[in-house]
Design a protein around this ligand. Structure first.
Ligand code: ACO
Length: 402
């Protein structure tokens, strides 16, 4: 008997790389990471400089079009975004269909995909103007959609976008305003929100971005491809880590319980991992985590929450883990999600919204990567192969003889 699996394997050679630890899937000009040195550059600019000196719309312009905008370019960019913030009124029907306590990421996955139904022309990836418009549409509508999701969970009326606000201010207002005049956006909180968006804007070929590229490689509607990215981001090994991390910090509860959790994380018979620690690419301190850590201190200081047990637990956990041989050996450092949940919690977002906020910020990266892929003349449909390990060829057995 000829084993066709063996014959196939002998005549077809594939690279076997589970988890794609050493396989580049594309060429890209958007983001550079040196994981050993803890370096992250967008179009050449260090993330620390962008987070300190820039604004999220500037970074969006940079990531999407390759250069930081001039003052007039930024004005046009912001104005264009403001023209597209509203959602079609039919979107209300989507929300009516969800359980009031639905997970926000379930609603986001569905509604981002659902947006495709309002823009069928967006399928025309050959038309650069249409593609440019779709990128703007998504950037503009994501905050409105995400704020609506929060309001739906809370059972409150939606708040319309307001053009006098910046991107981050407008989002905060849509989330926390209940009536027209009741909420005053604090500029320092808006700055922290803006910085959170910058720090999550793009991160080269992570799982969700690769998902967007793979879904888009078949020529799928760009909003559907981004919905696939949202779904991928949801998992606790990826964007869901910020929610999982805050849950973990609450579970630990006090500084004296940290050693117990460190031991659990090291125990190979225990599935528990220290959430917000470790990264596939960074084998050094995640440069985004450095900024996020400072931001957490600033926000908690500002809100008078500096002495909350959560921040103490986080800082002490970081200190102990960074001195522990297990974490040193495996090069496990805090990642961007370690401190982000603390900031979002202090601002007032429910934990379940954290990954939604990550999705909002990452939308620009997803869209830029999708556009870059479509513009690449070498682009082909993504189609990984496999090493087949199932049954050898056999004959069908009628049901009465099985
Ligand atoms: N706690 C304890 N041990 C860990 C942790 C952790 N957080 N992360 C990795 N390890 C250990 C693993 O058990 C493994 O040990 P072993 O070699 O003895 O088997 C080793 O370190 C390597 O881990 P892998 O899972 O193989 O690394 P991978 O690159 O596949 O995973 C990941 C990276 C998913 C981020 C992982 O570190 C993790 O689960 N971290 C916690 C979740 C998290 O914070 N995710 C956010 C990532 S950043 C982002 O998406 C924005």
């Amino acid at each position: 008997v000829i084993d066709i699996r063996r014959v196939y394997a002998e005549t077809n050679h594939f690279t076997f790389d589970p988890g794609f630890t050493s396989t580049a899937s594309c060429e890209s000009q958007i983001t550079f990471i040196d994981g050993d040195e803890g370096v992250l550059l967008h179009r050449g600019y260090p993330i620390g400089q962008l987070a300190e000196q820039s604004t999220f719309p500037e970074v969006c312009h940079l990531i999407l079009y390759g250069e930081l905008p001039s003052t007039s370019e930024l004005e046009v960019f912001n104005d264009t975004i403001k023209q597209h913030t509203l959602l079609h009124t039919q979107m209300d029907r989507f929300f009516e269909g969800f359980r009031r306590d639905s997970h926000p990421m379930a609603m986001l996955t569905a509604t981002v995909g659902g947006l495709a139904s309002f823009y069928p022309g967006a399928m025309d990836s050959e038309d650069p103007a249409e593609r440019r418009l779709n990128s703007i549409r998504l950037l503009a509508k994501m905050p409105t959609l995400c704020a609506r999701i929060l309001k739906y969970n809370l059972g409150q009326k939606y708040v319309d976008p307001r053009n006098e606000y910046s991107y981050a201010e407008n989002f905060l207002n849509m989330c926390f305003s209940v009536s027209a005049e009741d909420y005053k956006v604090d500029p320092a909180i808006a700055k922290a929100m803006d910085r959170f968006f910058i720090l999550h804007a793009d991160h080269e070929q992570n799982a969700s971005t690769s998902t967007v590229r793979l879904a888009g490689s078949s020529g799928a509607h760009p909003f559907a491809a981004v919905a696939a990215g949202v779904a991928c981001l949801w998992g606790p090994s990826h964007g869901g880590a910020n929610e999982a991390c805050l849950n973990m910090l609450h579970q630990i509860g006090s500084v004296d319980r940290i050693p117990e959790y460190i031991e659990k994380a090291k125990d190979k018979n225990d599935p528990f991992r220290l959430m917000g620690f470790g990264h596939r690419v960074y084998k050094n301190y995640d440069p985004r985590a450095k900024v996020m850590r400072e931001s957490a201190h600033e926000v908690l200081d500002l809100l008078g929450l500096k002495d909350t047990p959560i921040l103490k637990v986080a800082m002490e956990l970081e200190r102990i883990a960074l001195e522990d041989e297990y974490f040193i050996d495996k090069k496990l450092y805090p990642n961007v999600d370690f401190y982000s949940g603390i900031i979002l919690d202090a601002i007032g977002f429910p934990k379940q919204m954290f990954t939604v906020l990550f999705s909002l910020a990452r939308t620009v990266g997803w869209v830029a990567q999708l556009n870059e892929m479509i513009d690449d003349p070498t682009q082909r449909i993504g189609r990984p192969r496999q090493i087949y390990t199932g049954a050898a060829k056999r004959d069908y057995v009628p049901i009465e003889k099985r």
